[in-house]
Design a protein around this ligand. Sequence first.
Ligand SMILES: [Fe+2]
Length: 166
Amino acid sequence: MINPYFLKTGIQSKLKNELLVKAEHFDQWIDYFNFKLMPVASEMIQKDSFLRELNQIHPFHCGVILLPPMTYYDWHVDDQRGVCVNALLNSHGRSFCCFSGESIKVSGAFTELNYDVGEYVIFNNQMRHCVFNFDKERYMFTIEFYENKELLNYEMLLKTFYEKIK
Ligand SMILES: [Fe+2]
């Protein structure tokens, strides 16, 4: 049975080191929804075969999201994104990303997405999730498809991944 929340692809980002260095020296973070964002130039996509192939099938733009120390994203589903691809760029500190299939209540069960640094993860933005970040900056590479949740969802992207990319 497929994991309804995320798929760890086993594919390492070829941009990881370059983006991490850029992000660590970047000082013009943009406020984007509830994120601090560093846009990544579309030319960078061409340097990474996984992103290049994905972009040909489902075009996207991408960036690095900074989560400052001791901050969180509360439980939510994304407004526009049906699905995305993430890659954690650093392992400097502790952070937790969790999913839950249950409705909102005071207590309940969750599943952790335990990122391996640099590995692309297909992420179901329409399942409830939250992030807690502890004592260090957390840098996450993420993509946003031009197709929003009405046009592209997690199951569709998994199909693309298994049939056309993997
Ligand atoms: Fe989210």
